[in-house]
Design a protein around this ligand. Sequence first.
Ligand SMILES: Nc1ncnc2c1ncn2[C@@H]1O[C@H](COP(=O)(O)OP(=O)(O)OP(=O)(O)O)[C@@H](O)[C@H]1O
Length: 348
Amino acid sequence: MLTEEQVLNALKSVQEPHLGKSLVELNAIKELKIKNNMVSLKLAISQPGTAEQMQLQQEIVTAVKNAGAESVGLRFEKMSDEEVAKYGGQAQEEGASLLKRQDKTNFIAVTSGKGGVGKSTVSVNLATSLARLGKKVGIIDADIYGFSVPDMMGIEERPKVVGQKIYPVTRFDVQVISMGFFVEDNSPIIWRGPMLGKMLNNFFNEVEWDDLDYLILDLPPGTGDVALDIHSMLPTSKEIIVTTPHATAAFVAARAGAMAIKTDHEILGVVENMSYFESKVTGEKEYVFGKGGGEKLAEELKTEVIAQIPLGQPEIDEENFAPSIYDTNHPIGEIYMDMAAKVVEKTK
Ligand SMILES: Nc1ncnc2c1ncn2[C@@H]1O[C@H](COP(=O)(O)OP(=O)(O)OP(=O)(O)O)[C@@H](O)[C@H]1O
C-alpha cells in the first residue's frame, strides 16, 4: 500500500516551475488523499493555468506513479501573493487565457461511457439553449475521434486565423471551435496522447473567445486520455453524463462518472437520451431501448437525471439548416430549454 510519506518523497524531486524549488519545500501540497493506491492531490502553485502547469502535471503524475500510485488526480489553486513573494517569485498578471478565467466561466464537460448515445447532440442543444436563455456560450468539440459539432450545427465556414490567434465561428449565438475545422476532407486522424493534450491546450489559450458564461466541452466517449487531460487542466469543470436507458449503457457510463468522482469534479446530472418514443397519434410512450438506465446511473453517481430526451428529429429548416438543433417550439427543444434552465440553476 502506498503511503503519504512515499508520495511526499516522490514529490521532493518535482520543482515548482516559476519558483525553482521543490513542491515539498514550498509547502505547495495542500491536500493529499490516498485510497486503494489512487492518489488525489491539491496543490498551490504560483501561476496556475500556464503551459508550465501542463509540464508540471506530467512530472507529478510520473513521479507519483513511479512511487506506486495507480492513478493520480490533481487540483491546482493559486498560491497566495504573500507566499509567492516569500519564495522569491512575482505574482503573475491576469491574462486573457481561458484557463485563467475559471472564476468567470463555467466549464461543463459532456461525457458518455460509449459512443453513439447522443453526447454531441446533447452538447450542441445544451449550448444553443443556454444562449437562448441569454447566456454567453462557447463549445469545444473535443471529440477528436468523431468531431461532428460543425455538421450538427450546420456550420460551413471556418474560423478566422489572424497571426497566432484563432477566432471561433459563431452560430446560433454560440462560439464554436472544433477539431473538424483543422483537418482537411474529413480524413481520419490518428492522435498521439501528448498531441491531443497540446491541441486542447491551444483551444483554451490561442482561441480568442469572447466573454463566456459557459464553455461546453464535447469530450470523446470513455474515460481515456482526453478526459483525464481535461480533468487536470480544468479543475473547476463540472460534468454532465449522457446515457441511453439501456442497463448496459448506464453501466458503462458509470465508469465515466467514476472518473469525475475520483478527480473531485462535480457531476451536474445525468441526461438519459433516446428515453422513449412517443406516438404523435396516441401520445403513448414506448420504451424502445429499455427503461430506468438514467435513474440507475444517477443513483449510483449520487446525482439526478436532469433530462429525459425521447427519440425524434428536429424539423428541417432549409433557410437555417442545422440538422441536429431543435427549435424552441419543438417538444424536444422545450426539454432542452428546461435542461438549460436547470444547468443555470445548478451553476449559480
Ligand atoms: N434523441 C434522439 N433521437 C433520435 N436520434 C438521435 C437522438 N439523439 C441522437 N440521435 C442520433 O444518434 C446519432 C448519434 O448521436 P451523437 O453523434 O450525438 O452521439 P455521440 O454520443 O456524440 O456519438 P460519438 O461519440 O460517436 O460522436 C446521430 O445520428 C444523432 O442524430
